[in-house]
Design a protein around this ligand. Structure first.
Ligand SMILES: Nc1ncnc2c1ncn2[C@@H]1O[C@H](COP(=O)(O)OP(=O)(O)OP(=O)(O)O)[C@@H](O)[C@H]1O
Ligand SMILES: [Mg+2]
Length: 226
């Protein structure tokens, strides 16, 4: 599903080159749960941005579901993101003035789905994350853990190929954080492909496979024996 090969990402800032990714190769099969771990600045978010088609490699190849997506123009990348990627961020990234249900409907808006069907799918996704009784709440009327559940419902609603979660527990206390991780594992058991980015070794060790990054490179891969 995800096939990254020899990818480099170089940023130029004030005339200085920063190699954020160096010769990174990574394959993720459908239905896998993988964790990407590593210290701050090691390139985890850069890798997530490339996997999620928010950015393209400076060099190297990225194929998503067999399609070379490393050289596409922005409008095509946006289409691929909408169809194939469900994002979950540390800061939730919900729109504050609309309800949980309306937030979850957003990815479907761009697909020409009728409003009745959007609502039906959004309510189903909110039910899946245990928020059937909070669908009319706005983000500010929800706890942090509940807001992150809304974000996960929004990531799920379009049935993407992969859920990409970048430090999804970073803004939560350990109790709600554990619930979010448990929810991601539950979705994985239901067949979803999950890529979890974390600097927390405990969380990383719960994944089927952990990729360790350092200084823009993948320095180690660990497969967990069940
Ligand atoms: N837009 C950018 N312009 C210039 N340099 C950047 C940019 N984005 C990231 N970098 C640099 O690339 C390197 C990798 O950054 P990245 O955000 O991928 O790290 P990270 O592993 O996600 O760290 P953290 O755990 O702190 O989130 C860092 O040295 C960072 O300063
Ligand atoms: Mg990061």
């Amino acid at each position: 599903m995800i096939a990254i090969s020899g990818v480099n990402k170089i940023y130029y800032l004030h005339g200085v080159q920063v190699a954020a990714l160096r010769e990174v190769s990574l394959s993720v099969a459908e239905g896998e749960f993988i964790a990407v771990a590593g210290p701050s600045g090691s390139g985890k978010s850069t890798l997530m941005n490339i996997i999620g088609c928010l950015d393209i490699p400076s060099s190297g190849v990225y194929c998503l579901n067999g399609e070379d997506v490393g050289r596409l123009p922005d409008n095509r990348l946006a289409e691929i993101r909408n169809r194939h990627i469900g994002f979950v961020f540390q800061s939730f990234n919900l729109l504050p003035r609309i309800s949980a249900r309306e937030n979850v409907e957003l990815p479907l808006l761009y697909r020409g789905i009728s409003s009745k069907e959007r609502t039906r799918l959004a309510l189903k996704a909110l039910e899946r994350v245990g928020l059937a009784d909070r669908v009319r709440h706005r983000p500010t009327q929800l706890s942090g853990g509940q807001q992150q559940r809304v974000a996960i419902a929004r990531a799920l609603v379009g049935e993407p190929s992969v859920i990409l979660a970048d430090e999804p527990t970073g803004n939560l206390d350990s109790g709600s954080g554990n619930e979010i991780i448990a929810l991601l594992h539950q979705l994985h058991r239901q067949g979803k492909t999950v890529v979890l980015i974390t600097h927390d070794p405990d969380l990383a060790s719960q994944a089927q496979r952990t990729v360790k990054m350092y200084d823009g490179m993948i320095i180690r891969e660990e497969v967990r024996v069940p």
